[in-house]
Design a protein around this ligand. Structure first.
Ligand SMILES: *Cc1c(COP(=O)(O)O)cnc(C)c1O
Length: 227
């Protein structure tokens, strides 16, 4: 069996190869290790191999692991669906939230962010191709929501996140990311430096289209057996 450390090394190599193929600066794409459904021991194994950024989808599960791993210097990203009555623990216990898709959620996160902490890093989740998904705003709503969220005091709007419908075809994988990057370029907001694009199945397509954070679960921790 391959260890988490070995898989991590392979993923880092895949990221570097894609950066090269896409004429991207080496090191410009960050790996976010998506640890949902996986035990704290797996996170610790990746940590020992140098990984520092971890992504979780379920609040209760994430809070439990944060407790167990309190001694570790981990940057925690929340990437799952957000219920508006659960924003307070998100504002208190995470460094990043990728899945903001309404002004109401953003305003609550800003209000509930403890002021002794740095501003919460935020990405707006955009629904670019998956018509069945209930998460994410339409591309047409992006300019207005960006303008509203950028004014909130305790948030730092960093960019966009997307989960396109899965595609086998490489060119089809690239298309939605390209469209979203073009839309962000038109916003003319140079402070938006984050494109949270790409999972195990489309890492290379995402990096060729400008991803700055790839969110990788299966390739690192193996298949998930529940959720
Ligand atoms: C589960 C999940 C991932 C990781 O997906 P893999 O295909 O296992 O790499 C990435 N992003 C989000 C939002 C997820 O929920």
């Amino acid at each position: 069996m391959t260890s988490i450390a070995q898989r991590l090394q392979q993923i880092r190599k895949d990221i570097n190869d894609a950066e090269r193929d896409g004429s991207r600066q080496l090191g410009s794409v960050r790996l976010l290790a998506v640890s949902k459904t996986k035990p704290s021991a797996d996170i610790a194994a990746a940590y020992r191999a140098g990984q520092r950024h971890f992504g979780e989808n379920y609040l209760q599960e994430a809070l439990k692991k944060q407790q167990e791993l309190g001694a570790y210097d981990i940057t925690w990203h929340f990437i799952g669906p957000i219920q508006s009555n659960k924003t307070k623990p998100l504002a208190m216990h995470f460094d990043w939230v990728h899945s903001v898709d309404s002004f109401k959620i953003a305003r609550r996160l800003s209000e509930q962010r403890p002021t002794h902490l740095p501003p919460l890093n935020i990405c707006l989740q955009v629904n670019i191709s998956d018509e069945d998904s209930k998460s994410g705003i339409d591309l047409a709503e992006l300019p207005e929501l960006c303008a509203q969220v950028a004014d909130l005091p305790n948030l730092k709007l960093r960019g966009v996140m997307a989960i396109p419908a899965p595609q086998q075809d490489f060119d089809l994988q690239r298309q939605p990311y390209r469209a979203l990057c073009l839309a962000v370029a038109k916003l003319n907001r140079p402070e938006l430096d984050t494109f949270s694009f790409g999972m195990t199945g489309d890492l290379k397509a995402a990096i060729l289209e400008g991803s700055t954070i790839v969110r990788i679960g299966t390739a690192l921790f193996g298949e998930r057996n529940y959720y």
